[in-house]
Structure formats: C-alpha cells, structure tokens
Design a protein around this ligand. Structure first.
Ligand SMILES: Cc1cc2nc3c(=O)[nH]c(=O)nc-3n(C[C@H](O)[C@H](O)[C@H](O)COP(=O)(O)OP(=O)(O)OC[C@H]3O[C@@H](n4cnc5c(N)ncnc54)[C@H](O)[C@@H]3O)c2cc1C
Ligand code: SF4
Length: 535
C-alpha cells in the first residue's frame, strides 16, 4: 500500500512508500498492456524479472504479499518457522527465500537421470546437468555463492570456480570439522549465498536460518534479483495483489493476461506473455483456477498431472552436545557431510546429506513444560539437519476440490535410507565422544517441489523442458513446481538456474533474442544497485 493515500502503488521494494506513485485503478480494465506479467516474487519469478530487466520489454510483477519492511517491522528478524507438513505459507515480497538458509547447491549430475532406488524411482528430467551448467554459473554469481569444490565427492563438474571463497568456520565449528576429518569423515563447505567479504554487509551472525536478515545481507529473491530488476526501470512491482486466474483465449492456446484482485477491486491485465511463479503449491492451484471449457480440469492439466509429481526432502535433526555451557551466538552453518549422498556402506542406493544448520530457537515450538530442557540441549548442541530424497509419483501431491486444494498424498518417504543415514551421522559424532540427542519425531518434508512438473512428454507432465505449459504458447511456469524431482541437496539454486533458462525462452517467445552474456543484468548490491543495463 502507498502509505500516503492508502492506494496500491507501483513501487520498488527499496523505497516502499513513495516510488512511482500510481494505482491499480489507473490501469484501465482490460487495456493495460504489458509484454510480460510475472505472478509471484519468489526465487523463480524474481530470477525471470532479473533476466528481463533492461531488455526493453514492459514487465509487471504481481505479488499477493507485502514488502518485507511492512510485514514485521521491528520484529522482522524473529524466528519464523512452524512445522507445517508441506507448503509453508510466506506472503511476502521475495517469498520463502526471505527466511531461507541460503544453502545454494547445484543438483548432482545423477539427479537429472532416472534412478531406481529401494522403494521407487527418481524420475529422469527432460534436460541434463550439462544443459543447466552455464545457468548455475550465472545463478551463483547473482547470489554471490561462497563455496569450495573440495571434500564433496558428489560435486558435479563446473566450468567456473565458485565466485567467492568458502565461508570461514567459527573456531568451535572448525575444531569439530577437523576432528571429523581426522576420524575419516569427509566434510565439505556448504555453498552459501550471502553478501560476506570485503564491502559486504554480512557479519556471520547466529540468526540466519529461518530468520529475516535485518542487514539485507542474505542473498534472497528480493535482494539478489528483484531489487536490481526494479532498478532497471522497465520492471514494475504491484504488491498486495493476488492473481485470481490466468486468462486464456477461447481457443485455449494463448494466454491473454491475468485477473488480479486488490482491496476488493478486480482488474484484467493484458500481457503478451504470462509467467506463473506463485511457488509450491500455488502455481498448480492458479492453473487449476484458470480452467475453462477447453481446459476443463485446469490449464496444462490434460495429462492429469497438475498438482502431482510432488517430491521433497525427508528430513530429521540430530543434536550432538558439544559444550557444557551454552555455545552463545555463532554462525554454525558452514559444513556438510555429503559422503553418503550416492550410496552408503553396504547400501547401493542414495542416502542423503547432513548439514550443520544455523542456530534457531526451536524450543519455542515445544510445550512450556518441556521448554527448559529442550532449550538447555539446543543451546549446547550443533543442529545437524539430515535430508534425503522423498520420491514423486503420479499419486503424490494434491487433488483439487473445485477451486481449492483437496487431499494431499505426501511424497514417497524412504524409511530404510532415512534410518541408515541418521544412524551414520549419529555415529560420526558419537565416535568423537559427543552425546547425540536424537529426538523421535515423525519425518518432516522440506524443500518441496512439483505440481507443475516439466517433461518431454505432454502425457506425463505440465510444462515442456523450457517451462512452457503444454498447449499454451505464451504461458510459462518458473519456480519450484516445475522440478521433476528434489535431489537430496537444497533446491533453491536449481530453481534460479531453471528460471533464468525459462526467461530466455520467454524472451524468445516475446520476439526478443535472449540477451548475450555481456548484455545481461549483473548482480548488484541490493538497493545500492548500479545495474549494468543494456540497450
Ligand atoms: C525456512 C526455510 C528454509 C529454507 N532454506 C533453504 C536453503 O537453505 N536453501 C535452499 O535452496 N532452499 C531453502 N528453502 C527452500 C527455498 O526457500 C524455496 O524452495 C524457494 O524459495 C521457493 O521459491 P519459489 O520461487 O518456488 O516460490 P515462493 O518462495 O513460494 O514464492 C512464491 C511467491 O508467489 C506469491 N504468490 C502465490 N500465489 C500468488 C497469487 N495468486 N498472486 C500473487 N502472488 C502469489 C507468494 O506470496 C510468494 O511470494 C527453505 C525454505 C524454508 C521455508
Ligand atoms: S549470517 Fe546474519 S548478517 Fe549474514 S546474511 Fe545471515 S542473517 Fe544476515
């Protein structure tokens, strides 16, 4: 909202109250033409905007949430996480990434190929790692990823080194990593997207995972891509605006624009290209709500796969108690154990990875009676987050109940792999003499993907390999929902890389050539943006 007059305004996030005053009502219904409309400002949608920035096309971004500074003001760096089963709700400009842990991994080469595991199949992608490698390089540059290629046996080939050196360990974490290595357990740097180093504003504080960064030093969808895109001038953001449906012409083959609601007002906004980046599971839901006579079950749902093919990571946490006294605020999220990503001892299938997570006051989620004990453990431990791939099938995901989500069938959990990984990780720390608290909790699914999966065959997917919805020439999806599987490493960098690739397809469909590398917008430090704008 524009603070001055209460109307919805065009705005940049960096100057939320005054920039570019205009109102939704100034858009004549059905006559406001944009070259591209993007629904959602998460990692996917903002990466598309970043690529389209400065390319001479008029781009409108729609976001149902509010700018970060208006969401929680003084308390906006508080811990924000509740153990919802799947599909955490984040109504905020930048989406889930405002609270994410900034662990930015490339998927492994094997993740793109079909792989049979003990209780199912991890499906093949319609593209290979090699098709995405140059986009990974770009995504790492934009998100200022700090990493190192040593210590991770599953690290895929790369044409460029990490743009920034790995983060330094906190001294305590360094000692523990060294002891693990001396005991034969390979540890690897966690690649992290943060603005650390000379001139950077990150201070490696203890409140990164599941917190909003008050220094704007976390490289998220907002800071890394949206703000530079808005600074380029041809990209506008309308927040507090919910897209109700994608408008498709009577032939069913062309998107005409979108229907948007704000403050009870509904408007049709016309566009040459529509990109749905509403995230999991909202992109699938939006395509469902856009159904019409030619697409009776939802746009892109001729195959019945809309809402389906949902995958995730089966996750759990272990707490090696590494101190007698509280550890105090430390930046702990700097190493991972990836040795068993592809197979385990006497086990031919992928197990997953373990990461030292950031410090979070998770005891706030426990009952008042248990809280003192849980807190005492939490403050003396490393929080070791382990995760392995939970598989997609045609059954996993959401059914629809009219315009709403219906029943959820969770991804296929792999209890044997989960148990083996947990046992191995626990043993690593026990062998060093640390007691390990291993709470018995039901598995939690994180980093969910799917619902509008990409594929070569329209019978088994929603979009093609470029993210274009099958059968609709100018409608693309760019976010977590297109990923055909979740790998066992974090999904964010792959969402960004795929979305940059989809943006090139959007530009081509809009009649513009994808910009040559030298004409692409470069990553710029947040609202200090000095974008290298071509044309
Ligand atoms: C606590 C937490 C920690 C995480 N840590 C990591 C990590 O360390 N590394 C990693 O790689 N991943 C991590 N993830 C996962 C990662 O953040 C997400 O996979 C990624 O941000 C998803 O991006 P997205 O573009 O798919 O969509 P979202 O982030 O879901 O964005 C979609 C946006 O669309 C908006 N929207 C939805 N519907 C509409 C509509 N109808 N009209 C207008 N706007 C709409 C939403 O408000 C939202 O802003 C974490 C996630 C969480 C929750
Ligand atoms: S470590 Fe702290 S300062 Fe650095 S990005 Fe994370 S929250 Fe921001």
């Amino acid at each position: 909202m524009n603070a001055a007059d209460g109307t919805l305004g065009w705005t940049t996030v960096a100057a939320v109250t005054s920039a570019h005053p205009a109102t939704l009502s100034s858009l004549t219904d059905g006559a406001s033409n944009f070259d591209v409309v993007i629904v959602g400002t998460g990692m996917g949608g903002s990466a598309v905007a970043f690529r389209l920035a400065g390319q001479g096309c008029r781009v409108l971004m729609l976001e149902r949430g509010q700018p970060p500074l208006q969401v929680a003001t003084a308390e906006n760096n508080t811990f924000l996480y509740s153990a919802q089963p799947l599909g955490h709700e984040f109504r905020i400009v930048g989406g889930k990434s405002k609270y994410y842990g900034a662990a930015l991994y490339r998927f492994r080469e094997s993740d793109f190929k079909e792989r049979a595991v003990e209780n199912g199949i991890s499906p093949a992608w319609p593209i290979r790692y090699d098709d995405l490698e140059s986009y990974y390089c770009e995504a790492e540059e934009i998100y200022r990823v700090h990493g190192a290629s040593t210590g991770d046996p599953t690290e895929p080939w790369r044409s460029r080194p990490y743009p920034h050196d790995r983060l330094p360990h906190d001294p305590l974490v360094a000692r523990i990593a060294a002891r693990l290595q001396a005991n034969g357990v390979p540890t690897a740097a966690i690649p992290r997207g943060i603005d650390y180093g000379p001139g950077g504003s990150c201070v490696l504080c203890g409140q990164c995972d599941a917190h909003y960064c008050v220094r704007d030093a976390k490289m998220d969808a907002d800071t890394a891509t949206l703000r530079p895109a808005l600074a380029a001038g041809n990209v506008k953001l309308l927040y507090g605006a919910e897209c109700l449906k994608v408008l498709v012409d009577p032939s069913g083959r062309r998107a005409e624009g979108v229907l948007v609601r704000h403050d009870g007002q509904e408007k049709r906004i016309l566009a040459g290209q529509v990109v749905v980046s509403a995230g999991f599971p909202h992109s699938a839901l939006l395509l469902r709500r856009s159904r019409m006579s030619i697409h009776p079950e939802g746009v892109g749902n001729a195959s019945g796969w809309l809402g389906r093919g949902v995958a995730a990571h089966s996750t759990g946490t272990l707490f090696p108690v590494v101190g007698l006294r509280p550890l105090g605020a430390r930046h702990t999220k700097t190493f991972a154990i990836n040795a068993w990503a592809d197979a385990g001892p006497d086990w031919p299938h992928p197990l997953g990875v373990a990461q030292i997570a950031g410090q979070t006051p998770f005891w706030l989620l426990t009952s008042k009676a248990k809280r003192p004990l849980v807190r005492a453990i939490g403050e003396r431990s490393l929080h070791v987050f382990h995760m392995g791939e939970a598989l997609p099938t045609k059954e996993t995901g959401w059914s629809f109940d009219g315009d709403e989500l219906g029943n959820l069938t969770p991804p296929v959990h792999r209890p044997e792999a989960y148990g083996r990984l947990r046992h191995l990780v626990r043993a690593c720390f026990r062998e060093l003499g640390y007691p390990v608290i291993a709470p018995r909790r039901p598995v939690e699914f994180w980093h969910e993907t799917g619902g509008a999966i990409m594929g070569a065959d329209p019978e088994t997917s929603v979009t093609d390999a470029q993210g274009r919805v099958h059968g609709v020439e100018n409608l693309h999806v760019a976010d977590a929902t297109v990923l055909p599987s979740a790998s066992s490493v974090n999904t964010g960098l792959t969402i960004v890389a795929l979305s940059l690739r989809t943006a090139d397809a959007v530009l081509e469909a809009a009649g513009a050539q994808a910009p040559a590398a030298r004409h692409r917008l470069r990553s710029a430090p947040q609202d200090r943006a000095t974008a290298d704008i071509p044309c």
